[in-house]
Ligand binder design. Structure first.
Ligand SMILES: C[S@@+](CC[C@H](N)C(=O)[O-])C[C@H]1O[C@@H](n2cnc3c(N)ncnc32)[C@H](O)[C@@H]1O
Length: 222
């Protein structure tokens, strides 16, 4: 058994090394499954539209945060069309550099590109209507994920929401040595969300993804 702090350091540094070698493309972001990007985005749009709009209790459309944003695949097709401004945070500088071109002219409405690990990132207090966290929670340890979600809650505007969209395993925690991540089952994800003091407002499974990949679930939290 290795030292815990050492294991944690290599869990993060191995992931950083893995992503540094991945091409800054949609296919790179999706591990070769670039073809499912449209299904993913359309599912996310339908999910988000349940909450956005005018009136009592609705989530506003001023500012969104894309966490583990990569080259901005989600920012480009989901967040910039719905929100006035968007911020991106990712640990890989090369992806954020690429995003500046990939997002095109609409990318002028991105206010901040933060190059930072989510385990160290503190969203600005009260800034965001939506904090979108997709395909990245497996790169955080349980306790870092819980602490990050707590900081996210402080980053929300009134009626704001945190959305986690990610792979879930059939049972337990499945490690991936290649990209240095873990895949948790839905019960574990829910329990970490509750440990962070958040409630699950709505939950859905993304349909129409290929059979051979993990199930993907979307959870809205506040
Ligand atoms: C599977 S890609 C998903 C990108 C984007 N969310 C999407 O769906 O297109 C994972 C992203 O997480 C980033 N990442 C990995 N570990 C991270 C960490 N600890 N903090 C922030 N970003 C991280 C990688 O650089 C990569 O851009």
């Amino acid at each position: 058994m290795g030292d815990k702090a050492e294991d944690e350091t290599s869990f993060y540094s191995n992931a950083e090394g893995y992503w540094r070698d991945v091409p800054p493309t949609v296919d790179g972001m999706l591990g070769g499954y670039g073809s499912i990007s449209s299904i993913d985005i359309n599912g996310s749009k339908a999910f988000l539209n349940k909450f956005l709009g005018e009136g009592e209790g609705k989530t506003g459309c001023s500012c969104a945060l894309d966490c583990g944003a990569g080259i901005g695949r989600i920012t480009k097709r989901l967040l910039l069309p719905l929100f006035s401004t968007v911020d991106l945070v990712d640990v890989t500088q090369e992806f954020l550099d690429k995003a500046k071109h990939y997002l095109g002219t609409e990318g002028r409405r991105v206010e901040n590109y933060f190059c930072c690990g989510l385990q160290d990132f503190e969203p600005m207090s009260g800034r965001y209507d939506i904090i979108w966290i997709q395909w990245v929670i497996g790169h955080l340890t349980d306790s870092h994920l819980v602490q990050f979600l707590r900081r996210c809650q402080k980053g929300l505007r009134p009626n704001g929401l945190i959305v986690i969209k990610d792979n879930v395993s059939f049972e337990g925690v499945v490690p991936d040595e290649v990209d240095s991540s873990v895949c948790r089952d839905l019960e574990i994800v829910r329990s970490l969300v509750h440990r962070a003091g958040l409630q699950i407002v709505h939950e859905e499974q993304q349909m129409n993804f290929p059979q051979e990949i993990y199930q993907v679930h979307t959870l809205a939290l506040r």
